[in-house]
Design a protein around this ligand. Structure first.
Ligand code: SF4
Ligand code: SF4
Length: 260
């Protein structure tokens, strides 16, 4: 999922899909390209991807972030990108690639799930609205695009169990859009505020400790219904993390909490 400037929309690669447009695709093990796409990737991981993967692997957020990702801050960005670290072999295969296919298939990241469709979000600052945009862009070697099974973006998202992933990633892209301007001031993205924002979005285990085990609840009044949900469900904790980062960095108020 990428954030897209309206004036760059026509310059992007791939075929633009409107919501009712049909594309053809079917991926299966009999194709000669089977598993070829799962190597040498710049595979961006979004906060919900990290949450799901660490649970799938039975490890902590810290372990996932320490051993499976590269955190990269590009020159023109104000928040780092998180990329899945490919295996250290000649083909740079995905670490989760097994001979029979994806070993974390039920928990595969959003980008893998929506492939060969790429989702983006276009922001209309004047109207204050966001618009989803979709591109069909399989690589040339992908034989699945020549199969006859037909889809729309919605039927594909449903089939791939991608709806919840897409929702989280859209929420995250709204925050990334806010990061187009530098919120850090002199301390930069590596300062204390930057570390807090990264924790609240990418390290759900630490953020949970921070919210429930520190003086956080003495400083913030969190609605009891929300707090109950957050204690029971990491997805609610992550949604809260998104809201908290918006408040903490940009003063955007949330209905879930306020300062005491
Ligand atoms: S290249 Fe395309 S058809 Fe082949 S395995 Fe990957 S997604 Fe499936
Ligand atoms: S996570 Fe699974 S689907 Fe995605 S690149 Fe790795 S092996 Fe392929």
């Amino acid at each position: 999922m990428r954030t897209i400037d309206s004036d760059k929309l026509d310059q992007l690669p791939g075929i633009r899909l409107k919501s009712r447009d049909i594309f053809k695709f079917r991926c299966h093990a009999e194709l000669g390209c089977f598993n070829r796409c799962c190597r040498n990737l710049n595979l961006f991981l979004y906060p919900y991807d990290v949450l799901r993967l660490k649970n799938a692997l039975g490890i902590s957020s810290d372990e996932l972030l320490d051993h499976h990702v590269d955190v990269v801050l590009r020159d023109s960005n104000h928040f780092p990108d998180v990329l899945l670290r490919m295996a250290d072999n000649d083909e740079k295969t995905c670490p989760f690639l097994a001979p029979s296919g994806c070993s974390v298939y039920p928990h595969r990241p959003d980008t893998c799930r929506t492939f060969p469709v790429e989702h983006g979000v276009r922001y209309d600052d004047d109207a204050g609205k966001t618009h989803p945009v979709y591109f069909f862009r399989p690589p040339d070697f992908c034989a699945g695009q020549f199969e006859s099974r037909e889809w729309t973006v919605d039927s594909w998202a449903n089939d791939q169990d991608a709806v919840e992933y897409n929702r989280f990633t859209t929420g995250w892209s709204e925050i990334k859009w806010l990061f187009r301007n530098d919120p850090w001031g002199a301390e930069g993205p590596g300062g204390a505020k930057g570390k807090m924002a990264f924790m609240a979005t990418y390290n759900i285990d630490r953020f949970r400790e921070f919210v429930l085990g520190s003086s956080f609840l003495a400083r913030y009044r969190v609605k009891s219904k929300i707090l109950k949900k957050m204690r029971a469900d990491e997805r609610e904790m992550l949604k809260f993390g998104f809201d908290w980062v918006k408040f903490f960095l940009w003063g955007i108020k949330s209905k879930k909490f306020n300062l005491r």
